[in-house]
Design a protein. Structure first.
Length: 432
């Protein structure tokens, strides 16, 4: 049995490395970032995920090693590519990491007669394999038949859990190669996990269609939530619960809120829009999904302005900075956008988050004030806004809210709806 080599130690790479080591595979995690390698070797995770450090330390004791230089690949190895594909200014994706890793792999395998299996897990637009990856191999007279596209569907905040229990596996490539990877996964996962085998481009598009559809669901429910806000007595959660019972709609991803953030939905929707435009097709639907999402922060700001008068020089507490609970990631987080807008309006901003404060401090420094406990964050404040559904916030009570100067709570996730607290309660999506 060969080893597993994983290029790119972000969310997907680290989680995959830990998971495969726990399944008794010999894993080498590779990244060009020397600092990252140093901390990982010590069992410290550069990203926060529930239980990740415990799992990492366990894996390091077993079969996982990290390096920033890989010298050799053997024919029986499986090489996973999990490098990032960030957004460029025009919305298209930046392939520089994909290109450099492909070149590195070419360099390592160019003299081999039997080639290892290369599995691209990074999110890449349809056509990227054919137009960018394949030519790098062909130019060096290496066949690309052993390369497959295998998109990842894990969510931040539940990355380990999702890797352990995927709802499906998608493999795009030549049938024989795809079947080799299928056999590998069948050894690891239960036979019940559906495996979809397609060609490269279809697999690439499945990932974008999947994320864009989920983003569409969120923007849709947010549009209805905004309407609810204007219809006294209506409640978006009741509507979501009810329409979610229709099996044609489904109940998941109908939680209205301040808009989707993170490193995936905003980037992937924009990239798909840019591809559709390049093909001279109308991308009105996804443009609206994107615009609706951008508008959500304005809706929250409008609510604040309605209740906090004057806004200038007021003191506002933000509860939740990460783009979602159980994560310290603030990429495209709505909280960051809202803080920027509040600062423009000369508001004194106070913040709390169980995990993401360090990252936010790197953005705002001393422009805002950071509190370890929600109670201190709320003290003397004119308004509190819940933006992230951290479990700590579900148990907030009068004990924490009683010290506010003017007890106004804007709950964008409605986690305290119906609770007996002495505040002016405004739930996003609950008719006022
Ligand atoms: C998303 C997808 O859910 C994963 O399947 C995919 O693998 C990943 O992108 C990726 O492409 O790498 P992620 O961004 O980690 O995962 O987290 P989600 O749980 O999808 O949340 C994304 C955003 O949508 C968050 O800001 C969240 O608060 C928001 N959201 C989600 C809602 O506002 N309402 C919902 O009902 C669900």
């Amino acid at each position: 049995m060969g080893k597993i080599i994983i290029f790119g130690l972000g969310f997907v790479g680290i989680t995959l490395a830990i998971f495969l080591a726990s399944k008794n595979q010999n894993v080498i995690g590779v990244d060009i970032d020397k600092k990252k390698i140093q901390v990982l070797k010590k069992g410290i995770s550069p990203i926060y995920e529930p239980r990740i450090e415990h799992a990492l330390k366990k894996a390091l004791m077993k079969r996982l090693v990290f390096t920033n230089k890989i010298e050799r690949i053997s024919k029986d190895d499986i090489v996973f590519v999990t490098v990032g594909t960030p957004s460029k200014k025009d919305g298209s994706i930046d392939l520089k990491f994909i290109k450099s890793v492909s070149k590195k792999i070419v360099e390592l395998i160019k003299n081999m007669s039997d080639l290892p299996l290369v599995v691209i897990k990074s999110t890449i637009l349809p056509g990227t394999f054919e137009d960018t990856i394949k030519p790098i191999f062909i130019k060096n007279s290496i066949s690309s038949k052993n390369i497959v596209i295998n998109p990842e569907f894990l969510r931040e905040g539940s990355a380990l859990e999702d890797t352990l229990h995927p709802h499906q596996i998608v493999i795009g490539g030549e049938r024989k190669t795809a079947k080799t990877l299928e056999k590998f996964y069948r050894k690891i996962y239960s036979n019940k996990v559906p495996i979809e085998i397609s060609n490269h481009t279809t697999a690439e598009l499945i990932k974008y269609a999947n994320n864009s559809f989920l983003a569409t669901k969120i923007s849709f429910i947010n549009s209805i939530a905004n309407l609810c806000q204007t219809l006294p007595g209506t409640n978006i959660d009741q509507i979501a619960r009810s329409i979610g019972r229709d099996p044609r709609i489904g109940s998941l991803f109908l939680n209205a809120g301040p808009g989707y953030g993170g490193s995936c939905f905003p980037k992937d929707v924009k990239a798909l829009i840019s591809l559709i435009k390049k093909r001279h097709l109308g991308s009105d639907l996804l443009i609206s999904v994107h615009k609706t999402n951008l508008n959500q922060v304005k809706i929250v700001l409008r609510l604040i302005s309605k209740y906090v008068k004057p806004l200038k020089n007021s003191s506002i507490s933000i509860l939740g900075l990460a783009f979602k609970e159980n994560s310290d990631d603030i990429r495209e987080s709505v909280s960051i956008k809202l803080i920027e807008k509040l600062l423009e309006n000369h508001v004194k901003v106070k913040v709390h988050d169980p995990k993401a404060m360090k990252n936010v401090e790197k953005v705002f420094g001393k422009k805002i004030t950071y509190y370890k406990h929600p109670k201190d964050c709320l003290k003397n404040s004119n308004c509190a806004i819940i933006l992230t559904s951290w479990k700590q916030y579900f148990s907030l009570s009068n004990k924490e809210f009683s010290k506010m100067k003017t007890p106004i709570l804007i709950d964008t996730r409605r986690i305290l709806a119906g609770k007996k607290i002495n505040v002016k309660y405004i739930g996003l999506g609950i008719g006022e």
